[in-house]
Design a binder for this molecule. Structure first.
Ligand code: SAH
Length: 468
């Protein structure tokens, strides 16, 4: 996974002083997960290129790793890490180019402050969100961005595009800034880190983000991915970045999985959905409520703040989402009276679950579109036949509205994990069908600002039980 950095101005050998690595030598550095080599494929008067090659030992990587949560055993050994840029490359940059990253040069201190004509190339970088995300992240710092994509397999074009890109960034930058941008943004592109993310990662983000991140239009998105979507850490980082600006920015990226590209004004619309669902629950007089597919607990937070809801259960299939929910709700710091009102359960909505029986109401907000269509019948039975609350509120996107999202290519769904999105007529027909089968009356309504033609961005069905 080579990273190359090129300086093209005379004397180009200045690059060696800045990086503290001599252009005539190949140097090797030990890392906890392998080795890093630094060498100069080009060292001419006008042009000098330094290469950082990280040689990952997959076995060393696994050794001493804290619980391989979520990954299969095979994934520990067979993965793209030896070949693609990832958070391992950021670790290597911090280790091998420590002084340059900190902006220190004993021999040529004046060089550190100089904006230089630099070019950086990452030979293979995975990027969730593709070229649009690459540009959104690097262009604001003044880089010309060239991204070359590849087919997954040239022999089988129908397999589509590979997730890897060759990324070239060109611009006038201080070398320290270029390294800082790469250090922070490589794991953001990959949307993964090979290690556990804790409080010290917030400090690293702020330290290496100094001077550029606060002003970056995608700072929320960057913090969200860099901190592995850990809500408490992200909130802390963004609050510190925006100190003095009056309030925390809630831009795109605030949802568990941010949209690709930022197609929907995520929070405001999501906030409208939650408020609409809350109003129905409040109006129904329900006391004991379920939030099915509760995600990071945004609705739970509103329910907890409302004392008439005496028993609140959040269920999700994702342990990570539940962990984040517990963090954002600060359960450990709430008075016992409040804590007792809430339960978080891990479970799947496609399997019968006796823990869900006997509640007044259930909310299912932006969840059904994540279910495989073949599992939808199981979901219906779990909710309407077995759990059987008096009231069920379900929301889902209205696909007709997608044409109005400027960043969303035609034919694409709003989220990479959506298995389907329905028109208003499809949702209405489904809701009526469920009502008839299980003894509920169903009414559908729009959520969000309505356009005369495609309607509102989101839709809600309210089911009231008509038979016992
Ligand atoms: N209701 C939340 C989260 C919506 S995202 C909100 O509005 O903010 C969809 C959620 O559904 C994710 O948290 C996902 O983990 C969950 N989910 C997907 N399939 C599920 C299943 N089979 N059982 C339970 N939860 C599921």
């Amino acid at each position: 996974m080579p990273l190359t950095v090129t300086l093209s101005r005379s004397p180009a050998a200045d690059l060696g002083f800045l990086l503290h690595k001599h252009p005539d030598r190949v140097q090797t550095f030990g890392l906890s997960f392998g080795q890093a080599h630094v060498f100069y494929p080009v060292a001419e008067a006008e042009r000098c290129t330094a290469a950082l090659l990280v040689d990952v030992d997959p076995v060393a990587l696994v050794r001493g790793r804290r619980g391989a949560a979520g990954d299969g055993l095979l994934d520990q050994y067979v993965n793209d890490r030896p070949y693609a840029a990832s958070s391992l490359l950021s670790v290597a940059i911090a280790d091998v180019f420590r002084s340059a990253l900190a902006g220190r040069s004993h021999e040529r201190p004046e060089l550190v402050e100089e904006s230089l004509p630099l070019e950086a190339t990452l030979a293979a970088i995975p990027c969730r969100g593709g070229e649009a995300v690459l540009r959104r992240l690097f262009a604001p710092m003044g880089y010309a961005v060239t991204a070359q994509g590849y087919p997954l397999d040239e022999r089988f074009p129908v397999w589509g595009a590979s997730p890897y890109w060759t990324l070239t960034l060109t611009g006038r930058q201080r070398l320290q800034d270029l390294l800082r941008h790469l250090y922070v943004l490589i794991p953001v592109l990959d949307d993964d880190k090979h290690y556990w993310v804790g409080d010290d990662e917030v400090e690293k983000l702020l330290r290496h983000g100094e001077g550029w991140l606060a002003a970056h239009p995608e700072r929320q998105f960057i913090a969200d991915r860099y901190l592995k979507h850990r809500r408490r850490l992200v909130d802390t980082a963004v609050a510190r970045l925006t100190e003095g600006e009056g309030g925390v920015d809630d831009g795109p990226g605030a949802l568990p999985e941010s949209l690709l590209p930022a197609a929907e004004p995520v929070l405001s619309l999501h906030q409208q959905r939650l408020t609409a669902v809350l109003a129905v629950l409040q109006g129904s007089g329900a006391r004991r409520v379920l939030d099915l597919g509760c995600g990071e607990g945004r609705l739970l937070q509103l329910l907890l703040a409302d004392p008439p809801f005496t028993e609140i259960v959040g269920l999700d299939v994702s342990a990570r989402a539940l962990e984040t929910a517990a963090e954002r709700l600060r359960l450990d710091r709430r008075p016992e009276g409040q804590r007792e009102r809430l339960q978080l359960l891990q479970g799947s909505l496609t399997y019968r679950d006796r823990r869900l029986a006997g509640y007044d109401a259930a909310a299912v907000v932006e969840v059904i579109e994540h279910l495989d269509p073949t599992r939808l019948t199981s979901f219906e039975r779990v909710v309407f036949e077995h759990a059987r609350p008096g009231l069920v509120v379900i929301t889902t996107p209205n696909i007709e509205y997608n044409a109005l999202f400027p960043g969303l290519p035609a034919g694409r769904l709003r989220h990479r994990d959506h298995r389907f999105e329905w028109t208003r007529a499809q949702f209405q027909a489904w809701a009526e069908d469920i009502g008839n089968q299980y003894g509920y009356t169903a009414t559908c309504r729009p959520v969000g600002p309505e356009d005369p033609d495609p309607g509102a961005p989101s839709q809600m069905a309210v089911f009231r039980r008509s038979t016992a």
